[in-house]
Design a protein around this ligand. Sequence first.
Ligand SMILES: Cc1ncc(COP(=O)(O)O)c(C=O)c1O
Length: 445
Amino acid sequence: MVEPIRLTTRQQRDDLIKAAHYNPFLLSAEDVIIDLLTDSGTSAMSAEAWGAMICGDESYAGARSWYRFRDTVKDIFGFDQIIPTHQGRAAERILFGILVQSDSIVPNNTHFDTTRANIEFCGGRALDIPCAEADDLDSDYPFKGNIDLVALEQIVAEKGANRIPLIMVTVTNNSGGGQPVSMANIREISRIANSAGIPFYIDACRFAENAHFIKRREPGYENTPTIEIAREMFKYADGCTMSAKKDAFANIGGFLCTNDANLAQQERNLLILTEGFPTYGGLAGRDLDAIAVGLREILDENYLDYRLLSTRYVVQHLRDAGIPVVAPAGGHAVYLDARRFLPHIESLQYPGQSLAVELYREAGIRGVEIGSVMFGADPHSGEERAARLELVRLAIPRRVYTQSHMDYVLEGINLVWERREDIRGMRIVRAPKFLRHFTAEFDWI
Ligand SMILES: Cc1ncc(COP(=O)(O)O)c(C=O)c1O
């Protein structure tokens, strides 16, 4: 897929971001030069995926597209029960709507925004317990996405299965720098969950990137095909939630899996209420076909090598220029460390938001704050607290941008870095209670 990039001037961008209340989500896409807002649904699909879409079977129930989708998901993920949904958060809403109650606690390495919000919306508490190594953003520790196993055991011992309806791990850890989780860690989480009788779920959005990191970084897996590594990851779990907008190259789609037939029955009942019949979820037959093709393509090891190396290229150049960035490079995105980039701006003046706005003003680059705007407000008490990390995520859509686009991004970041001392903090003018970063309005302090 090829599309033109419309170039804007600095003056135009100053006016556009002001009109968007300094929230890059509120910009029109055509006013963005390089769009790194998300890797979700923004990948370029292949000729094969487009071809499969033409063959989509739009029968209401039991369509051929459904069987192609189901068989592919079953082959890679291995779960007995497969429930299609229109995207990842629909799977989350259905799962948590059944399992999470008002005193529930759900541990995870780091919950992503929709996961956290869906748990909190059900009255539960979304608990992040990343491993200690994740705190040092500069170190090259290979599996910073790991869960803190000691903390997990402690919480399970203290709260027990009654309070913990499920344990999750997010692969790769999106809010924690796109860092992978090791197989050893997944195995241990599974052991802890099993011995306490708690179901273990994987948030599988970027499962192929995680599996490939295991191949490249975890001793013992160097000669194992990435697809086999993926199968092993899911063998340790009782279920998964998946957004096919990431590691399935699809523009829309997702699914929910479990081995528990009773639970799946309840989930299908909820699915029919708001998503659709159980053989299409909220999707068209052609979407199911695109996902089936994308799930195969994503496991191409040459593609995965290219993907991980191209992210590393950007991170390496930033590190060489002394610009603070989360290391080592993750899979799908580059994460600028706004706390160290703008040390003169305190957390509740949102350094990540200022940096995201400046990247747009300088070069028309759109990224997203992952810090105290996204995670700083308790939706129940309204209380504000600094987030653990203040990051700006530059997510790289799959198979879209070239190295020259990334060189342009590097130049833009460098220009902002050179004038960093003059950048001011921001305040929130207006924001909703849940998932406020999508629509909040800001102004300069
Ligand atoms: C780790 C993670 N989980 C869940 C989701 C939600 O998926 P969706 O956007 O398809 O609802 C996302 C999306 O960005 C994600 O990155």
